[in-house]
Write a protein that binds this ligand. Structure first.
Ligand code: RUQ
Ligand code: CUA
Length: 672
């Protein structure tokens, strides 16, 4: 196809020579010394300096830890149902997990990316990707809730996501698997990869104020695997860089067949140029079918909609959008330093780290200093774009983050270590072991223009003997290192939720002041809200029974309901009337094929229940809300279908007390 394979033979590493499995370093038991531990100690009642947002991998969620304490603050449900919080179980949240394939209860979240303004973390949103059923989520950091999920058409294995530009102009989503496009005939032989399979990269615009996401355009690209990416910054603003592997275009046994060439590519995308083509009307609208789900905090409900078109740009036919730069051996991480000049490509099987220069790349493009084409995309000569190579850094480089002092920190999976090196002179400065087999690593602001090089956190794939054994399955682990001095120093070690991949940290000051404490009850626009006990009621509409239930310490209103029949669809719309921080109430009903509701102050959430048996069914509050939480309970009487037990509901009418107050008890005569 071209003469790429003749290049860089001297760089070729026989990857069979080292096992691609993790190797466990000796002296693994090294403890954190007392002195070091003090650096990670955050005294009880004191706050951490940073929020650390960690992807949950196959848990599909995102977890939030304190840095440097490693204390777990919250697990935010994103792509997977979470019975603890009712996410995906309450009627309001089901829309958020609905896709073009219907309701999908699980996904695999690999990367988190905090929104930026002027290349700095602004603390507004954090984005996450769903790998399996391609989607991007936006989480609102005022509420720490998933606010929007958009599906990505023409994509499969949404791994190269959700990286963002300096002003959050775009969040991008690159496909891992190339596949036939959605509107083409997909019923083709798998062996026709080269003819029929395409790669895509989607540029998702983010509204500056509302955050609302839209696929602005998709680039249609040659069929390869996209792996990771980062946006340019400063001088390279307007560009995006992606690592690609499987430039062999293999469709089977990729571990061998996609490791044939000395070099795959870093793909450089000029998205400003793409915008020009778009303005000039060069985009082609294609039919597509993908969901966009948005959460509305005034109705406390998600809304699901299907979109039917996507704008595409052909990166081959429209010149000057995309260039390839050869990069050794199946690059994984693709990271841009804080100055925006240096782009680091980490070949999983490479024994060196190439660092590319943005200005040299631009010169090479201007001079058409190409070594050929790859499926119609110009390939810049390796040497022409290269700033230099970090020699013998370690085995299996994966990801690189930066500090503000001109240093880079690269994770090495195979040799289980973090290596610190200087971005300009490419000299290795320090190395520390990780426990074990580090994947991603993260410095606060470490992929932005303004890193805060106090700590680097290692997110590891294997835990082995770090903690007390818990049978065959162990939690994954992270380690925190102090990087403020010349030598990196391990200061903390903590288990994580799911499988952590990428993570990012924000200084507490950009999030903490905006954190919502309650939802104002008077602003509750939920159609079934009861904004006071007086509004609580039960209404029958055919076989649907709507219970407008209120919760306040320590009772529900109403708490006695009769006249519900087997087979009815009962909707408990529970409004939490509290207007106090940190006083949720929970709600559950015996036998419901469902999870609890956990309702925040001022909020309304709905649990659907279809009683199948005659009897008395208890309801109760699941969240210990007061000294009399255990008294927060009630009964629903279920009668046979067609019974003539009238619909009644009450609070405070006690059988053992004939003089019980009648004030709250109101019978409803709307029964049909
Ligand atoms: S990946 S361990 Cu899914 Cu981000 Cu590199
Ligand atoms: Cu409300 Cu416990």
């Amino acid at each position: 196809m071209n003469n790429l394979s003749k290049l860089g033979i001297g760089l070729l590493v026989c990857f069979a020579a080292f096992s691609f499995n993790a190797c466990k370093p000796k002296n693994a038991g090294s403890a954190v010394s007392g002195d070091a531990a003090a650096k990670a100690f955050v005294a009880p009642g004191k706050y951490d300096e940073f929020y650390n947002f960690v992807s949950g991998g196959f848990s599909g969620q995102l977890s939030v830890y304190g840095l440097p304490s490693g204390r777990l603050f919250r697990v935010i449900p994103v792509f997977s149902v979470d019975p603890e919080k009712g996410w995906g179980y309450s009627e309001e949240t089901k829309a958020m997990l609905t896709t073009s394939h219907g309701f999908v209860p699980w996904d695999d979240l690999h990367h988190t990316e905090l929104s930026q303004t002027n290349g700095e973390i602004d603390g507004r949103w954090v984005f996450g990707n769903a790998n399996n059923t391609p989607r991007i989520a936006r989480i609102d950091l005022k509420t720490f809730r998933t606010a929007e999920i958009i599906e990505i058409p023409n994509s499969a294995g949404n791994h190269s996501s959700p990286f963002i530009t300096e002003n959050t102009e775009y969040v991008i989503a690159g496909t891992r698997f190339s596949v036939p496009l959605d509107n083409s005939n997909g019923d083709v032989p798998i062996s026709s990869y080269k003819q029929n399979f395409k790669g895509t990269v989607s540029f998702i615009s983010v509204d500056k104020t509302s955050g609302k996401m839209d696929i602005a355009f998709q680039l249609i690209l040659p069929g390869v695997n996209f792996d990771l990416s980062h946006a340019g910054k400063g001088p390279s603003h307007g560009w995006f860089f992606f690592s690609c592997y499987n430039s062999e275009q293999a469709n089977t046994l990729l571990e061998v067949n996609a490791s044939q060439r000395d070099k795959d590519f870093i793909m450089a995308v000029n998205w400003k140029k793409a915008e020009e083509y778009l303005k000039a009307g060069k985009g082609v609208k294609q039919k597509a079918s993908y969901s966009r789900n948005t959460w509305d905090e005034s109705t406390h409900s998600g809304k699901h909609e299907m979109l039917t078109e996507v704008m595409t740009l052909d990166a081959v036919a429209l010149k000057d959008i995309v260039y390839m730069i050869p990069c050794p051996k199946s690059p994984h991480g693709c990271d841009v330093d804080p100055t925006g000049e240096y782009i680091v490509g980490s070949g999983k099987l490479a024994a060196l780290i190439p660092v590319f220069s943005f200005s040299k790349m631009q010169k090479a493009i201007a001079a058409k200093d190409f070594e050929g084409e790859y499926d119609g995309i110009p390939v810049i000569k390796y040497e022409s774009a290269l700033h230099g190579e970090v020699q013998k850094p370690g085995l299996g480089p994966l990801h690189t983050e930066f500090d503000e002092r001109g240093n880079a920190y690269t994770s090495f999976f195979v040799s289980s270590e973090i290596v610190k090196w200087n971005v300009k002179d490419l000299k290795v400065l320090d190395r520390v072991p990780t426990y074990y087999s580090i994947g991603h690593l993260s410095v606060p602001g470490g992929d932005t223009r303004k890193p805060n090089g106090k700590y680097v956190v290692a997110y590891n794939k294997i835990t082995k003997d770090r903690y007390l054994p818990t049978g065959p399955e162990l939690a994954q682990a992270a380690q925190i290192y102090d990087i403020s001095g010349d030598k990196m120093q391990l200061i903390n070690d903590f288990p994580t939720i799911g499988e952590p991949h990428y993570a990012q940290s924000a200084h507490a000051d950009v999030i903490r002041p905006n954190s919502v404490k309650i939802f104002k009850i008077e602003e509750n626009k939920h159609p079934y809200a009861a904004k006071g006990e007086k509004e609580s009621k039960v209404v029958r509409e055919g076989n649907k029974v709507h219970v407008y239930l209120t919760a306040i310490r320590s009772h529900f209103s109403p708490d006695n309901i009769e006249g519900v029949y087997v087979g009815d669809e009962v909707y408990f719309h529970v409004t939490n009337l509290e207007q106090d921080w940190d006083v949720p109430h929970g709600f559950a009903v015996k036998g419901a094929k469902n999870a609890e509701l956990l309702i925040m102050p001022g909020e309304t959430q709905t649990l659907k229940w279809v009683p199948e048996k005659v009897g008395i069914w208890p309801i109760y509050c699941t969240d210990f809300c007061s000294a009399l939480h255990q008294e927060m309970q009630g009964y629903v009487r279920v009668s046979p279908k067609g019974s003539n037990v009238p619909l009644t509901f009450s609070l405070g009418k006690n059988s053992s007390d004939p003089k019980a107050p009648e004030n709250n008890s109101n019978s409803d005569s709307t029964k049909k």
